[in-house]
Design a protein around this ligand. Sequence first.
Ligand code: ATP
Length: 460
Amino acid sequence: MGGGAEQFYVNDELQRQKRSFSFRLRRSIGDGGSTNSRNSNNNSSTCTNNNSLLSPVTSARLEVPSLSVSVSRRSSIYKKPDKDDSGIIHIVPDIELPLMTFSDQYDIEKTLAEGCFARILLAHHRPTNTTVVLKAVHAELATLKDFQKEFHLNYQLSHHRNILSAYNVAFQTKDYYVFAMEHAPFGDLAANLGQHGLHESACKTISEQLSSALGFMHSKNLVHRDLKLENVLVFTPDFSRIKLCDFGTTTKKSLLVHKVKHTWTSCVPPEVLEIVKNERFTCMPASDSWQFGILLYNILTGSPPWHMADWVKDAQYASFMKYEERKTTKIPDNFRRFSPRLMRCFRKYLTHDPEDRCKVTEVTKYMKDRWVECRIATSKSAMLISPNPDQDSCIYLNKREGRLSADENKLKLKRMMSTYGLDNSIDQTVVRRRVIEWLSTCDTNFDSDLESLAALEVAN
Ligand SMILES: Nc1ncnc2c1ncn2[C@@H]1O[C@H](COP(=O)(O)OP(=O)(O)OP(=O)(O)O)[C@@H](O)[C@H]1O
């Protein structure tokens, strides 16, 4: 950046794969570093780095790690973390942030969102004629170290196709620490969800991508810690490309942390809910697994399964916990719409004890199964199911039934009854004869009708 505002990095090896405005990936990583968590005044990992890694280049280009290269080719930066967790990704470099104003290089088009700590701005980067999103973190709400850590992790994780790409561009203004990232044209999952959730196939697509992103982070011994609808960005209307964002609370596994502030209580795992204020606890990937389970339920239904994972205060959680611990076989009402296979999956993600919780990638084993069933036809909660004709709901099935002709319905009923050994073949001739006899005893004026019925019988 130097006198200018941006920082650009070069990696000859990846140049071939660069996008239209892409750049080259820097490779040098300093020694030592420090990490602080924005939300947890604790701070847990300690690193320092004296190298200023963001060496400027002269051309005005934005840099983002190429997404078309597989992770395995990313040599030094993405080498598997050592057994002692000293993976290089955990070393947060001290980045010198040049002071500038937004208008030096950007036209701010609009504010996309105001997070708890940051403003998210849609901007046009004039020198490269590129639309970017600027995450402007309030300088009085975050330390420089917090900012450096979030930027560093986001940038380093950008190689995964389901993790938001950050450009290698960071600067500070009078009030903000700022870094640039790609724009998600369809906003976040919360904005795309609707009252009744999404179709099963969309949920499968989302969960597969998200579990892959989180699995990638876990393989680097990183825990996201703030998985929620608002932190999943949508790039295509059919959800075939979604990306995880917001690495402000991401922490190295096994470090001592404080609770994440400013999140939904429904997303807080039970073991974290139990922690008293200011107490610290060990950060484990199992908390991402929990949040993944909550998010999965949320996208399937449109709302979280309970208000908080406290079996004393929350009856819905209490009934799930009883079921999950096999103290009852009664499926909690709000889970009745799901197939046994998906219930098995939920049990693994939403196990009360974090030690027993599955890995975040477990969901991939359930992709071929049916997830939503019509089991709740008689339950009260049936009314909660989406009237959306694409939704796998009883309401939808009933509507569809209504469209079938009476004959088709009779045929279906016959087939179903014979499956259960209830073959009810009725001799129509006998029925008709009985009706004729009965009518003849009722009303002598019915003669003509009787005649026509008798004629019908002969014809049959
Ligand atoms: N690249 C992007 N493209 C489009 N929208 C974005 C992008 N990044 C963030 N947003 C929107 O801004 C919101 C806030 O972003 P982000 O979570 O990064 O900020 P934050 O201050 O860390 O939020 P919080 O701490 O409240 O979760 C997101 O939920 C999303 O709706």
